[in-house]
Design a binder for this molecule. Structure first.
Ligand code: ASP
Length: 327
């Protein structure tokens, strides 16, 4: 297994099976610290720099919380408008990253352009963690999802997944890469063009990703309606289909009425009660729209808040690993 020390976490395409388990092993070791609301000094001498070119609630704050739990320091920006990268100068990624690498020991970057964290890693002498890039990938979210499955179901292999939502989403791409390392068949359910309203985009898995998944041996199929796959699903991963364009820097709040999500792409309490396996679990990276109504939170299928908590734990493990504190 390759060492994690000094390594960039950019894509799950480059992750090997044993590496997933290594992250989860360290997460298990660090989990009690977060559960007991303690802080340690494992990363006392380290600083994390956040570079968020797009809004974030969970990903930025859970990285920060993880760093605090491990006794490290945090600096960075949550909105590029407060920096020269977002004003008149539109400072280049290269110049920005050459600054940031001097300010800390790891850079966590979210960007509206797919591939920006990869480019940053090319300029940076410290590890770069991809916190979501355009319609690219979101590796730390999917590591969190898999860790949640491991904790909640006791295993990853042998479980069948249903993934529903906009397949242009970065989480879905990281998911396909990750599941190719496990015995986990997955069914993708997403709207074709015009399914939401006239002119709505094709949200099915892009051909480029399907080709990559096929090459890596992922057992996947596509279906048109969640009802075609929910009965046999052990893990139901939901993402919105009513959502902004992730390649834009800013998503304006809108007063306009939004279309509602068609039943094909919605997981409701009634559907779960009628069709889901008794021990299936539901995950969502959040934020949600109406594809996963709030009343599912008080069903036995929901693991949304465990997933949110595990987001801190997995990021503690990643930071400890890439900063060389646990090898
Ligand atoms: N759906 C979100 C995204 O990819 C998940 C998150 O906020 O991290 O941006």
């Amino acid at each position: 297994m390759r060492s994690f020390t000094g390594r960039d976490i950019l894509s799950l395409n480059e992750f090997e099976r044993q590496e997933f388990f290594r992250v989860f092993e360290i997460a298990d070791r660090l989990e009690p610290i977060a559960r007991n609301r303690q802080n340690t000094d494992l990363l006392r001498a380290k600083t994390m720099v956040t570079a968020f070119y797009q809004p974030s609630t969970r990903t930025r704050l859970s990285h920060e919380a993880a760093m605090h739990r491990l006794g490290g320091r945090v600096t960075g920006f949550a909105d590029p408008k407060t920096t020269r990268a977002g004003d008149f100068y539109q400072e280049s990624l290269k110049d920005t990253v050459r600054m940031l690498e001097a300010y800390g020991d790891v850079i966590v970057m979210r960007h509206f352009q797919a591939g920006a964290p990869q480019e940053a890693a090319g300029w940076s002498s410290v590890p770069v963690i991809n916190a979501g890039d355009g319609w690219g990938e979101h590796p730390t979210q999917v590591l969190t999802d898999l860790y949640t499955v491991l904790r909640e179901r006791g295993r990853i292999d042998g479980l069948r997944w249903l993934a529903v939502g906009d397949m242009r989403m970065r989480t879905m791409h990281s998911l396909g890469h990750a599941l190719s390392q496990f015995d986990c068949p997955v069914t993708f359910v997403a709207p074709p063009a015009d399914a939401l309203f006239p002119g709505s985009p094709d949200m099915r898995m892009p051909e480029e990703y399907k080709a990559r998944f096929a090459r890596s041996g992922l057992d996947f199929r596509e279906a048109e309606h969640v009802e075609q796959a929910i009965v046999e699903a052990d893990v139901i991963l939901v993402e919105p289909v009513i959502q902004p364009d992730y390649t834009l820097a800013h998503h304006e709040a809108s007063e306009e009425a939004r279309p509602s999500t068609p039943a094909n792409y919605k997981i409701t309490r009634e559907l779960l009660a009628a069709k889901a396996k008794s021990d299936a679990i539901v995950l969502h990276s959040l934020p949600r729209m109406d594809e996963l109504p709030q009343d599912i939170d008080t069903t036995r299928w929901s693991r949304l808040w465990q997933e949110a908590f595990n987001g801190v734990v997995v990021r503690m493990a990643l930071l400890a690993l890439v900063l060389g504190a646990v090898e």
